[in-house]
Each structure stands twice: as structure tokens, then as C-alpha cells.
Write a protein that binds this ligand. Structure first.
Ligand code: PLP
Length: 450
């Protein structure tokens, strides 16, 4: 038998709905690879190659890990919206640097600055690509060739190689360490300031992804602010206000969230005397990847004027997404911020959904391996270490994660103690049917636990 032609194979691949959106040139490559790999079963081999190409592209996945801010899955989830914000599908530009009132050139800072001022009390703000960039820019604008005082208990590595001592050196500032790993007192900062004439700032860094417990002491923002030099607080997570007014119900009551306790917040850190606060857009803020610098106008404006600001500025799609998130806060509507919506859903609702999924699987081979279990979701994203949010999961005996990742919309689950856990806190209810289908296919393909 003749092997099929590259052309006819590529056409067959295109007929597969799961592959139809790949460009023809990629399907042709997959067809060639299929023929080279296995002439007898070229279509199967080509399909495998095309699926591998499809999976290597960026695309939507269902997060069933129960980790709300999953760094591998893009941290905070965003509600879909067209980039231009037009509901009718028309392609439009944005007024990112146009002042519509005067018709003159505007500033891309202004749109979100108004909202950030309202939500945090910050006099001024500047948005950059991420929080790492925000720290770099603040140091570059204010501390080149000068000393930056940091507690030894806060010389942390945040993940992805963001190490405070290295960032400081890189920016051209000089690190002045004070205190010890577990205890730093106001007097430690005071003697450093007294002994060094070129202190540019006191930098307080939120430990984010770890805790130290026991015989510990650290200096809070009000005590730091009393010492004289500018206080810069890298709080990381982006909790806008410790009183979480956006979670208030119709009677104005705000639910108590034990997992959020003691997390530093932007508004309170500014009120306590920090000159600058920096934080991420895609952690507890629940917005797009961004780094946000807020605080005293003179200090923030100096960052905006620094040449690096141009290199670190976000595009209008990020600013649009950030503005959408901030508008939801200003509206007091946490349901429009997927992170807060997911984080605060009552666990009973999640349990009921898990039950429906297990019930819908009845009759599938291996369905008896599925149970509904209490679970613990995690805030994640290097925030709130050790804190968990009560949740509910479908537990399947055996490891099905590989098969679930191969579903048409890949489902990412976690494995624990020989079982696959699908935590529903991070799954949009609209995706329960997708999860059910993926589980049914995975069980059918692997009816016996491995
Ligand atoms: C997460 C974090 C960062 C880095 O933020 P990115 O937005 O990922 O660059 C910096 N500092 C602290 C304290 C953090 O928690």
C-alpha cells in the first residue's frame, strides 16, 4: 500500500475539530513527521504530532488543583473580555495616551491612577510589568550609589530567582543589612542610619512564601516611618485594603476570612507612613500580570521619569484588564473578580457540585473509584504560606493526571497519596461539564487504578 500523501494527511488532520485551528503549515509539518515516524500508521502518528504541537501553544486549561494563584497557570484568572473592550466585536483602538477632553497627548498612568487613589488613598501611582520590575525601578530611581537598609529576616528569594540582595546589587544600590534572621529591632535600623550618611531608604519586604515562628521580632511600618528615611514596602500580594470592603453583603457585613489574617494591605501600609508601596497585579489583587507602585507623588513621579520606566511600561491590553479589575473593586462587586469570587464561595456549594459530578459518572467503568471528599484549597502564588481555604474535591483512586491533561480543554489536577484530586474551588461552575467529560474519558481509557 502507498503511504498517504503529505497533502491528504494534512487535510485529514484539518478535519479533526481539535486541530482545525492550527495553521496549514503546521499541519503539513505534522503530516511529514507522521510519515517519517510510521509509514504504516501515518495518520495516527501525524495526529499525535499535531496534538503535541497544539498542546505546546498557549491555551485555556481547567485548574482543578485547588491552588487559586497557580504560577504555572498564570496566577490570578481573568474573566474573558475582548482586548478592545467592544461588545460588538469591532476592532478598536484605545485612548491609552490621548486626553479625550483636550485632544492632546495624555498619560497612560492617568486612567488607573484615579481608581488606585480612590481604592488605596495613594496620592500617585505607576504601573509596570510586574512587581519585580517595580522594585527595580524604585531602587534605580531613588537609591543608585546609596545605601538601602533591609532586615536580615527579609532578604528573601520570592521564586523564579527574585532574590532581594541580588536585585539590590543589580540596581546599583548598596545593601545595608540589619538585625538577624529571626529578630530585628528599631535600634538596629537607627544605628545603621546613624552610621551611614547615604541611606536612601528603609526597604521592608514581605516574606510572602515562608514564615518564621517562635523567638521573632520585626519592625512594623509606623516604627520604621518614625526613623526618618523614606520607607519603601514591597508587600507583594496586592491586598488593596485590610477591611476588604468589596466583600460586603447587602447589609454591609464583611465576612471574616481566617486565611487572610495579618496580610499587609496597600491602604493601611500607606496610612502607617510608607512613602512607597509596591505590589503585584496578579496575586491577591486578582488582575493581570503587572507591578504597581503607589505612594507619595514626588517619590512615584521620580520613578515615572526614570528612563527604565519606558522599558518597563505595560501595554494597553494590560492596563485595560487592570482598569476592569479596579472598576469591580470600586463597584464593591467581588463576583466580577474571579479570584475573590472563587476564594469566597461557600464550601457547601462546592460539595454539591462534586456530588453532581460523581453522580453523572455512574455507569462509567471505574466510576466506583470516585468519591466526594473535603479538601483544602491554597491561596498560592507565594502568598499566605501555610494558610488553607476549606474546599471540596472529587477524589479518584489512582493517578489520572496524564489522561486529564489530554482532554480537549486540558484539566490540571493534583496527585496525593495514590489518588487524583480535582478541587472544585478553582473550577468555574460552567466548566463542571468539561471536568465530568474529561473524567469519563480518562476512566474509560484507564478503567483500573494505577
Ligand atoms: C511576588 C512578589 C514579588 C514578585 O512579584 P512579580 O509580580 O511576580 O514580579 C516581589 N516581592 C514580593 C514581596 C512578592 O511577594
Amino acid at each position: 500500500m502507498h503511504p498517504p500523501s503529505v497533502d491528504s494527511l494534512a487535510r485529514s488532520l484539518r478535519a479533526d475539530p481539535a486541530l482545525a485551528d492550527l495553521p496549514r503549515t503546521m499541519l503539513v509539518d505534522a503530516a511529514r513527521a507522521g510519515i517519517a515516524a510510521d509509514r504504516e500508521h501515518a495518520l495516527e502518528a501525524a495526529t499525535d504530532a499535531a496534538r503535541a504541537m497544539r498542546r505546546s501553544l498557549l491555551g485555556p486549561v481547567v485548574n482543578a488543583t485547588g491552588v487559586l494563584l497557580h504560577t504555572n497557570l498564570g496566577r490570578a484568572p481573568m474573566a474573558p473580555a475582548s482586548p478592545t473592550g467592544s461588545a460588538d466585536g469591532a476592532v478598536r483602538y484605545t485612548n491609552v495616551e490621548l486626553d479625550l477632553a483636550t485632544g492632546r497627548r495624555g498619560s497612560r498612568r492617568d486612567h488607573t491612577a484615579v481608581l488606585l487613589r480612590r481604592l488605596t488613598g495613594a496620592e500617585s501611582s505607576l504601573v509596570v510589568n510586574n512587581c519585580a520590575a517595580a522594585v527595580m525601578l524604585v531602587l534605580a530611581a531613588h537609591a543608585v550609589g546609596r545605601a538601602v537598609v533591609v532586615s536580615r529576616g527579609e532578604l528573601v528569594e520570592i521564586g523564579g530567582g527574585f532574590r532581594i540582595p541580588e536585585v539590590l546589587t543589580q540596581s546599583g544600590a548598596r545593601l545595608l543589612e540589619v538585625g538577624t534572621t529571626n529578630r530585628t529591632r528599631p535600634s538596629d535600623y537607627a544605628s545603621a542610619i546613624a552610621g551611614s550618611p547615604d541611606v536612601a531608604m528603609l526597604l521592608k519586604v514581605h516574606r510572602s512564601n515562608y514564615r518564621i515562628e517562635g523567638f521573632t521580632e520585626e519592625v512594623a511600618i509606623p516604627a520604621l516611618a518614625a526613623l526618618g528615611p523614606t520607607v519603601v514596602a514591597d508587600i507583594g500580594s496586592g491586598l488593596l485594603d485590610a477591611s476588604t470592603p468589596w466583600l460586603a453583603d447587602a447589609s454591609g457585613r464583611v465576612p471574616e476570612l481566617p486565611w487572610l489574617r495579618d496580610e499587609p494591605a496597600v491602604r493601611q501600609t500607606l496610612d502607617e507612613g510608607a512613602g512607597i508601596v509596591v505590589f503585584s497585579g496578579d496575586k491577591l489583587l486578582g488582575g493581570p500580570q503587572a507591578g504597581i507602585i503607589v505612594g507619595d507623588a514626588t517619590l512615584v513621579d521620580a520613578c515615572a521619569r526614570h528612563p527604565l520606566a519606558r522599558a518597563l511600561r505595560p501595554g494597553s491590553d494590560v492596563l485595560t484588564a487592570l482598569q476592569r479589575t479596579l472598576l469591580a473593586y470600586a463597584d464593591g462587586d467581588a463576583r466580577r473578580i474571579p479570584f475573590w469570587n472563587m476564594a469566597t464561595l461557600p464550601v457547601e456549594l462546592l460539595t454539591a457540585r462534586a456530588r453532581s459530578i460523581v453522580t453523572a459518572l455512574a455507569g462509567t467503568p471505574g466510576a466506583d473509584r470516585c468519591t466526594v471528599e473535603a479538601s483544602e484549597a491554597l491561596p498560592g502564588g507565594g502568598t499566605l504560606p501555610g494558610r488553607t481555604i476549606p474546599s471540596a474535591a472529587v477524589r479518584v483512586h489512582g493517578d489520572l493526571t496524564d489522561a486529564l491533561r489530554r482532554a480537549p480543554v486540558p484539566v490540571v489536577a493534583r496527585v496525593d497519596d495514590g489518588a487524583t484530586w480535582l478541587d472544585l474551588r478553582t473550577v468555574d461552575p460552567a466548566d463542571d461539564a468539561l471536568v465530568t467529560d474529561a473524567l469519563r474519558d480518562a476512566l474509560t481509557a484507564h478503567p483500573h487504578a494505577r
